[in-house]
Ligand binder design. Structure first.
Ligand SMILES: Cc1cc2nc3c(=O)[nH]c(=O)nc-3n(C[C@H](O)[C@H](O)[C@H](O)COP(=O)(O)OP(=O)(O)OC[C@H]3O[C@@H](n4cnc5c(N)ncnc54)[C@H](O)[C@@H]3O)c2cc1C
Length: 102
């Protein structure tokens, strides 16, 4: 979830009485909910239909690192290369730029 979406969503959650568990860790998604671990170590099962991850987005080059050496060339493009997400046009442009270089 992008930071501006969070800014709109959080006040609405508050208005609707949504319970927040801050610094909780994800444990497992179940058929009818999910299990989290609160910051004091307690495991809680939450009944729900839909899980929306609302952690901040960040750079992630893990896949490229795992593929290194397994293929002749590897280039990372798009959102995974950015500390903060861009819009689709930027992701497409970064892919096009590398594509033209190749
Ligand atoms: C909530 C939200 C709203 C947004 N709204 C807009 C908007 O209105 N307009 C706009 O222009 N942009 C918007 N964006 C940004 C836009 O989604 C991104 O710029 C764009 O999707 C980046 O494209 P990408 O191909 O780089 O990455 P992604 O679209 O994230 O694609 C990466 C893909 O790689 C897959 N993947 C990751 N790791 C692995 C792995 N190890 N093995 C296999 N597959 C893997 C992922 O599942 C994903 O399908 C929004 C982003 C978010 C999160």
């Amino acid at each position: 979830m992008t930071i501006d979406d969070r800014e709109f969503l959080m006040p609405w959650f508050k208005e609707k009485g949504v319970v927040k568990y801050q610094e909780a860790k994800f444990v497992e998604v179940l058929d009818k909910g999910m299990v989290i671990q609160t910051k004091d170590g307690k495991k809680i099962t939450i009944d729900c239909d839909t899980v929306v991850p609302s952690t901040l987005l960040k750079q992630n080059l893990d896949l490229a690192a795992k593929l290194k050496g397994k293929v002749p060339e590897i280039y990372s493009v798009g959102s995974c290369t950015k500390p903060e997400p861009d819009i689709m046009a930027d992701a497409i442009a970064s892919g096009a730029k590398i594509g033209h270089q190749i």
